[in-house]
Design a protein around this ligand. Structure first.
Ligand code: F6P
Length: 373
C-alpha cells in the first residue's frame, strides 16, 4: 500500500481502495494502534487552550538582566497578539492583586537597568495551599491564562507546585546570580555578578599586595560554588573554597600545605557563602588559631554582587530566553524552564532544573590550581 492508495475520508475511519484495508475491523485496529502510538500528541492537542493573556512576575533574589527578560517577554507576547499583565512583588502580588496591564512602553528603557521594575519578594503565604488558591482565583479574575516566572530555585519550585495544583501553563526563566539551576549553561544575572566580583577582587588585590596579607573574600552563591570558582579564575586569585568539594578535602589545609605563599607575599582566596564551607569569617578564625604566622583579613562582598547594569551576555541571554518563553507557550509547553545549553534554547522540566544538582566543572578547579603557583 502506498500513500496514494490510502487516505482519510468521511465515509469511514479511513477510505482505502484496497479491499483488505476497507474492512471496518482492520480500520479500527489501525486507528487504535495509531492512537496508542501517538497518544502524547493526542493528549496535548486535547489539553491545548488558547492563551490570550499572560502574567509575568519576578520572584526571590533579584538579578541583573531581569528587566531585559521582562522586556523580552512583554514585547514577544505583544508581537504574537497576546496581552501582558505585570504582577508586582512576585507571588505576593498575585495574592494582593497588584496586577497592571503592560504595553510595549512599560518596558521601554529598562534593558540596561539592574534590579527588577516589577519588584520582588519572598512570599511565605504562597507556600500554603490557601495562599495558592487565593492567588489562582485572583489570576483568573484578572483574565490571566498563563504565567512566566523569572527567578531562582525557590521561585521555580513554587511555580511547579502552582502549575500542578491548578493545571496552569507556567514557563520559568532562570533568574539568579547563583547559576545553580540544572539544564542551562548560565542563569540570568550570573555573568554580571561574576564581573562585579572580578572588579572588587582587583581592587582588594591592591591593598592585599601593599600590606602583604592573606585575604578571604566571601562571595554569594548560596550552596553553589560557581561564583567563587570562576571569580577566582577571572581575578587571578590563589584558591576558591567551595561547597561542592568541602566534604571531600579540607580545602584550607590543602591550600596551606601546597605552600601557597612560596612565591608570593600576598594571597587572595575566594570563599563561597555556605554552611558547608563555613564562610570567610570562620576560615579566618581558623587561620588565626592554626597558622598565626599569616596576617589575615576578611571582606564579604554581599549584596553589591546583585546590583548594577547587566553585561551584554546577560542582556542577550535574557532577551533570548524571554522570546523563547512565548514560543514555548505557543507550542503548548508547560512546567518547563527555558535554558540555553551549547548556545541552543532548551526546555528543561521544572523537576530537573530544580532537583538535579548542577555539577561544578572539575577542569576549572584544576586550572585554578595550576595557575596559582
Ligand atoms: O539566591 C540569590 C542570593 O543572592 C544568594 O546568593 C544569597 O544567599 C541570597 O540570595 C541572599 O538573599 P537575601 O537577599 O534575601 O538575603
Amino acid at each position: 500500500m502506498n500513500r496514494r492508495d490510502c487516505r482519510t475520508g468521511s465515509g469511514g475511519l479511513f477510505f482505502c481502495r484496497n479491499r483488505k484495508f476497507k474492512s471496518k475491523k482492520w480500520q479500527l485496529s489501525v486507528f487504535l494502534l495509531t492512537f496508542a502510538y501517538y497518544k502524547p500528541i493526542f493528549t496535548k492537542v486535547e489539553k491545548a487552550m488558547p492563551i490570550n493573556c499572560i502574567g509575568i512576575l519576578t520572584s526571590g533574589g533579584d538579578a541583573p538582566g531581569m528587566n531585559a527578560a521582562i522586556r523580552a517577554v512583554t514585547r514577544s507576547a505583544i508581537f504574537s497578539g497576546i496581552q501582558v499583565k505585570g504582577i508586582y512583588r512576585g507571588y505576593r502580588g498575585l495574592l494582593t492583586n497588584e496586577i497592571v496591564e503592560f504595553k510595549t512602553q512599560n518596558v521601554s528603557n529598562i534593558i540596561q537597568m539592574g534590579g527588577t521594575i516589577l519588584k520582588t519578594a519572598r512570599c511565605t503565604e504562597f507556600r500554603t495551599e490557601e495562599g495558592r488558591k487565593q492567588a489562582y482565583e485572583n489570576m483568573r479574575a484578572a483574565g490571566i491564562d498563563a504565567l512566566v516566572v523569572i527567578g531562582g530555585d525557590g521561585s521555580l519550585t513554587g511555580a511547579r507546585i502552582f502549575a500542578n495544583e491548578f493545571n496552569i501553563p507556567i514557563i520559568g526563566l532562570p533568574g539568579t546570580i547563583d547559576n545553580d539551576l540544572y539544564g542551562t549553561d548560565t542563569t540570568i544575572g550570573y555573568d554580571t555578578a561574576l564581573n562585579t566580583i572580578m572588579e572588587c577582587v582587583d581592587k582588594i588585590r591592591d591593598t592585599a599586595t601593599s600590606h602583604e596579607r592573606l585575604f578571604f573574600i566571601e562571595v554569594m552563591g548560596r550552596d553553589a560554588g560557581f561564583l567563587a570558582l570562576n571569580g577566582a579564575i577571572a581575578a587571578g586569585a590563589e584558591a576558591a573554597i567551595i561547597p561542592e568539594i568541602s566534604t571531600e578535602v579540607d580545602q584550607l589545609e590543602q591550600l596551606i600545605n601546597n605552600g601557597f605563599r612560596k612565591s608570593k607575599n600576598s594571597s587572595i582566596v575566594l570563599v563561597a557563602e555556605s554552611p558547608v564551607t563555613g564562610g570567610a569569617m570562620a576560615l579566618a578564625e581558623r587561620v588565626k588559631n592554626e597558622y598565626p604566622q599569616y596576617e589575615v583579613r576578611v571582606s564579604i562582598l554581599g549584596h553589591l554582587q546583585r546590583g548594577g547594569s547587566p553585561t551584554a551576555h546577560d542582556r542577550i541571554l535574557a532577551s533570548r530566553m524571554g522570546a523563547a518563553a512565548i514560543d514555548a507557550l505557543l507550542e503548548d509547553q508547560r512546567n518547563v524552564m527555558i535554558g540555553v545549553a551549547n548556545d541552543e534554547i532548551v526546555y528543561v522540566p521544572f523537576t530537573k532544573a530544580i532537583k538535579k544538582d548542577k555539577p561544578i566543572n572539575r577542569e576549572l578547579l584544576d586550572t585554578l590550581r595550576r595557575l596559582s603557583i
